[in-house]
Ligand binder design. Structure first.
Ligand code: PYC
Length: 315
């Protein structure tokens, strides 16, 4: 049996997204969260194979484009990676809007998307940038101590920005490209410590992203981050959901006002612009993230079941 999936690859500020347009197994109708469960239960091998070697690389994110439940939405979307599924994905959504515009399916203006964690709105700007209104973000706990051997006690905030993050300001290593290996090892240590100490987010959710925050020497940038994703890979972009979680923490600390611009640099020097709007809930803000993606490939992925590595190389 041979399966074919039509994909468009984009990168957003350096971080790739593989957008699966058609050839998907039938996931039925209904809320995107329910269709994610069907994908997980029946077709998880497709999720693995789309971003794993030999077709992809471990840091890639996939965006599965679905018929929306509401007629007013442009599409439904499920985001996945090398180890599982994401709630939302900021860089991925910016990539999806860029790909749909490339195909002529949408034009400049505002478009609604359904994700497993709620509806989001994205505006395709005339210059090609995408301005994303994310799901509400909030800080769950502040300055939580954590023992990270051999580094000792570090303090971090637990915050939601569409995924769960543990955010550490001024980590023991500078957030610079020369330290990528060390930053990855430290962030892995943080993930292990979170598991060992049984530290969880709201409703017992796993905190599966670690964000390290430093200043940036570049003029006009408010900070630089390094984000370790659940599959052990770091985000090449400033991470849309990570920046959203950070904006919620800055607001909670009185360091960011509604409408004030925050320029977040990623570890490779690319920038997302962020700002917040308040909501009727004083704990929650709407993060607005603006970034740019580019199309890098249009192709058909072939899955031949006679190929011993049809479903990807397993580490
Ligand atoms: O941009 O939100 C994001 C993201 C999550 C994981 C990788 N990128």
């Amino acid at each position: 049996m041979v399966h074919r999936l039509r994909v468009i690859d984009t990168h957003t500020a350096g971080e790739p997204t593989r957008i699966v347009l058609d050839g998907l197994p039938e996931l039925g109708t209904g809320p995107v969260a329910a269709r994610l469960e069907r994908l997980r239960e029946a077709y998880d091998h497709f999720r693995r194979a789309v971003v794993s070697e030999p077709r992809g690389a471990a840091h890639w994110v996939a965006a599965w484009v679905l018929e929306p439940e509401q007629k007013t939405s442009a599409a439904g979307v499920i985001f996945s990676n090398n180890v599982g599924y994401l709630g939302m994905c900021g860089h991925g959504l910016i990539g999806l809007v860029t790909a749909l515009a490339w195909l002529g399916r949408i034009g400049p203006g505002r478009h609604r998307f359904e994700t497993p964690v709620g509806g989001v709105e994205a505006e395709l700007l005339p210059d090609g940038r995408v301005r994303l209104r994310n799901v509400p973000a909030y800080r769950y706990r502040a300055r939580v101590p954590l023992q990270v051997p051999p580094w000792g006690t570090v303090y971090g905030d637990i915050a939601w920005g569409g995924n769960w993050f543990f955010l550490i300001e001024n980590p023991p290593l500078p957030v610079r490209r020369e330290y990528l290996e060390e930053l990855t090892a430290f962030a892995h240590g943080v993930r292990r410590a979170l598991e060992l100490e049984g530290l969880r987010a709201a409703n017992g959710a796993i905190i599966d992203h670690v964000q390290l925050l430093d200043s940036s020497p570049e003029p006009g940038r408010d900070g630089r981050n390094f984000v370790l994703c659940p599959g052990g890979q770091y985000d090449r972009s400033p991470c849309g959901t990570g920046t959203s979680a950070l904006l919620a923490c800055l607001y909670a600390d009185g360091r960011l006002r509604p409408g004030q611009l925050w320029r977040q640099e990623g570890v490779f020097g690319s920038v997302f612009e962020g700002e917040i709007e308040t909501t009727s809930d004083p704990q929650r803000v709407i993060p607005i993230i603006t970034g740019r993606a580019h199309v890098i490939a249009e192709s058909v992925l072939v899955f031949d079941e006679e190929d011993p590595f049809c479903w990807g190389l397993q580490p």
